[in-house]
Design a protein around this ligand. Structure first.
Ligand SMILES: CC(C)(COP(=O)(O)OP(=O)(O)OC[C@H]1O[C@@H](n2cnc3c(N)ncnc32)[C@H](O)[C@@H]1OP(=O)(O)O)[C@@H](O)C(=O)NCCC(=O)NCCS
Length: 160
């Protein structure tokens, strides 16, 4: 098994967008009201990530296992957020590994590479959000040394 984590290129976008589509549906499954289901998510992500490839603030990594793309990470330098009392930071927006490639250290390599490369770009910390029902992700990030710092709560207003 050969694992390669590298900067994503335009030719990777269809495979990465397919994985992003799984991430969208997974979150909709956790809580269909809070996590919107994006119609045609794959096409939208391919377009969006295509635009982000040339953004120097952005990192899109592809993970290849034996030549096939099995995972990706999308992270970006974000400015100070006064409302969140959060100084300028690196944000890990997405990390996804296809089911057949899990528990082989793929996401660990992706996140370690995000950490290294965002630090080089000047980030002092890496912050991410994960769904409270996403027990696998919570265990994964805990294993990588992340601490829990914020809990999001939601109340639907159209239901009185
Ligand atoms: C969470 C996810 C990214 C982990 O990817 P992965 O490549 O399987 O993770 P790794 O193999 O690098 O795991 C590293 C360590 O994290 C922990 N871990 C990973 N998955 C875990 C799980 N399902 N349950 C408990 N611990 C887990 C373990 O300590 C693991 O080390 P080990 O296998 O030696 O025990 C993957 O399950 C995934 O893509 N899930 C769907 C997308 C998602 O939820 N993304 C995160 C939210 S944005």
């Amino acid at each position: 098994m050969t694992l390669l984590v590298r900067a994503a290129e335009a030719r990777d976008l269809p495979a990465i967008a397919e994985l992003a589509g799984h991430l969208v549906r997974q979150h909709h499954g956790f809580d269909a009201e809070r996590f919107m289901l994006i119609p045609n998510a794959e096409a939208g992500y391919a377009r969006f990530f295509g635009g982000e490839l040339s953004n120097p603030q952005t990192l899109i990594l592809a993970a290849e296992l034996d030549g096939n793309i099995v995972g990706y990470a999308y992270a970006r330098l974000e400015p100070r957020d006064w409302n969140a009392l959060l100084d300028a930071h690196g944000a890990l927006h997405d990390v996804y590994v296809s089911e057949r490639a899990r528990r082989q250290g793929v996401a660990r390599r992706l996140v370690e590479t995000v950490r290294e490369q965002l630090q080089v770009k000047g980030a002092l910390r890496l912050v991410l959000h994960t769904a409270s029902k996403n027990h696998a992700a919570r265990a994964f990030f805990a294993a990588l040394g992340f601490r829990e710092t914020m809990i999001e709560l939601t109340s639907e207003l159209y239901k009185s």
